[in-house]
Design a protein around this ligand. Structure first.
Ligand code: SAH
Length: 382
C-alpha cells in the first residue's frame, strides 16, 4: 500500500460487521495485515478515506486535537505564512485530514466538511480548531456540491462564537481585501493564489493590465499596488464586482482612476477587446474550474485553449500572460500543451518564465497527487 488516502469501492472485498456513514473502520489487507483506520463512506465511490496508516492509533478526540495542532503548527513555521491574516489551516487529505478544509481569516475560522468521516467528527474538529488557534468564531460553509457524492446535505451556519463580521477583511501583502465568509465563493476567498497575486504585483509596474475572472479583485489590486498603468478587470458576477470595488475603496493609497471594472462574459469580452484594437502588457487568466474531473477534460481543454489564444492575441510584444487552471481533471502537462497550442495558433513565440502552483498553505501530499489542482504558467510573448 502506497499510503494513498483513498480506498475506492472496487478495491473493498468485504465489510465485516456493520458500519454507518462516517464510522471508523479498520482496513485489513488480503493477507490479513492491518493497514490502518479509515472513515467509511458507503454512498461514495471513494468508499473509505484513511485517517491513519498506523494500526495502533485510535480515532478519537485526541487524534483530531493532535492532527489539527500539527497542521496549524506547520503554517506557523513557514515564513510566507507566519503573520498572514488569511491562511488555510487544514487542506484535507494533504494534511492527513480527509474531507476537512479550514481557512482562518483573522479571528474567524471557516470550516468546510466534504466527507462522511469529517461530518461524523464535526464536534471534535471544532474543539481542536479552537484549541489550536485561539479563534473563538468558527463558521461552517459545508455547501460544496461534492457533499452530494457522499449523500450529505448542504450545511452552513455558526458552529462557535458569532456570525462572521460583515466587514471581515484581511491584509495580503499590503493590500486589504474583504472576505465574505457567508456568501462568497468557497470559504469566502481564494487563498491559494496569494503568492501568485504577489508575483503579479512585482511584474505589473508600468504595464497596462487585463485581469480576467477577477472575482473580488485580488490580482487587480496587487497590480495597482505594483504600479500598473491601468487595470481592466472582468467578471460575470455583479456581486463579485461590487465587492471588488469596495475592496479598492479599502485601499485609499491605490489610484482608483486607473481601475476599470466590466461585468461581462470573458469569452465574449476578449473577442470584443480584440475587435476594438485594445492591447495589454500583462494579462491574468484565472478561470473557474472548467474540468472538475477527467471526464470533463476535453470540453474544458477547448475552453482553456480559447481564452489563452485570445489572451496571446491581445498582448503587446514583450507582454506577459499569467494563465491558470484549477481543474483537477487537467494535469500540468496537459495544461502546458493546451497553452502551447494556443500560442502556436496565435502565431506568437512564447517562453515560460515561471511555473506556479498553490500557496504553501495548500500543500500537496506526495502520496496524494490528486491534491495538485492549481497550476499556472507565466509566459512572455516576443
Ligand atoms: N482570481 C480570483 C479568483 C477567480 S474565481 C482571485 O484571485 O480571487 C473565478 C471567477 O470567474 C468568479 O468570480 C466567477 O464569477 C467568474 N466567472 C466564471 N465564469 C465566467 C465567465 N464566463 N466570464 C466572466 N467571469 C466568469
Amino acid at each position: 500500500m502506497r499510503r494513498h488516502p483513498w480506498i475506492f469501492a472496487g478495491s473493498v472485498a468485504k465489510l465485516s460487521g456493520r458500519a454507518k456513514p462516517g464510522d471508523t473502520v479498520e482496513v485489513v489487507s488480503d493477507a490479513g495485515k492491518v493497514l490502518g483506520r479509515a472513515a467509511w463512506s458507503p454512498e461514495s465511490q471513494i468508499r473509505a478515506r484513511m485517517w491513519t496508516f498506523d494500526a495502533d492509533t485510535p480515532i478519537d478526540h485526541a487524534f483530531f486535537k493532535r492532527s489539527i495542532a500539527a497542521a496549524v503548527a506547520r503554517r506557523a513555521s513557514h515564513p510566507y505564512l507566519r503573520g498572514q491574516q488569511g491562511v488555510r489551516l487544514i487542506h484535507g487529505e494533504s494534511d492527513g485530514l480527509p474531507g476537512i478544509i479550514a481557512d482562518r481569516y483573522r479571528e474567524t475560522v471557516v470550516l468546510q466538511l466534504t466527507a462522511a468521516g469529517a461530518e461524523r467528527w464535526r464536534e471534535a474538529i471544532v474543539t481542536g480548531l479552537m484549541q489550536a488557534t485561539a479563534c473563538g468564531n468558527i463558521y461552517e460553509r459545508s455547501d460544496s456540491e461534492v457533499r452530494a457524492l457522499e449523500g450529505l446535505a448542504p450545511r452552513a451556519g455558526v458552529l462557535a462564537g458569532e456570525m462572521p463580521d460583515a466587514d471581515l477583511a484581511i491584509e495580503e501583502y499590503g493590500v486589504v481585501l474583504g472576505v465574505d465568509a457567508v456568501g462568497g465563493h468557497k470559504t469566502g476567498f481564494y487563498l491559494d493564489q496569494r503568492e501568485n497575486r504577489r508575483l503579479t504585483r512585482e511584474l505589473a509596474a508600468g504595464r497596462s493590465v487585463l485581469n480576467c475572472f477577477c472575482y473580488t479583485g485580488g490580482f487587480s489590486l496587487q497590480a495597482l499596488a505594483g504600479g500598473a498603468r491601468d487595470v481592466l478587470s472582468i467578471d460575470s458576477s455583479a456581486p463579485a464586482l461590487l465587492a471588488a470595488q469596495r475592496n479598492l475603496a479599502r485601499n485609499p493609497s491605490l489610484d482608483a482612476a486607473r481601475a476599470e471594472w466590466r461585468d461581462a462574459d470573458v469569452f465574449t469580452a476578449l473577442r470584443e477587446l480584440k475587435t476594438a484594437g485594445r492591447r495589454f502588457d500583462l494579462i491574468v487568466l484565472d478561470p473557474p474550474k472548467f474540468a472538475p474531473s477527467a471526464a470533463h477534460a476535453q470540453r474544458a481543454a477547448r475552453a482553456y485553449k480559447d481564452i489563452n489564444l485570445l489572451g496571446f492575441r491581445l498582448l503587446n510584444p514583450g507582454g506577459i500572460l499569467m494563465t491558470y487552471s484549477c481543474s483537477g481533471g487537467i494535469g500540468q502537462e496537459l495544461f502546458q500543451s493546451i497553452v502551447a497550442g494556443a500560442a502556436s495558433d496565435a502565431g506568437r513565440d512564447v517562453q515560460i518564465l515561471h511555473r506556479l502552483a498553490a500557496a504553501p498553505d495548500h500543500p500537496i501530499g506526495l502520496a496524494f497527487p490528486e491534491g495538485e489542482y492549481l497550476k499556472g504558467l507565466v509566459c512572455c510573448v516576443q
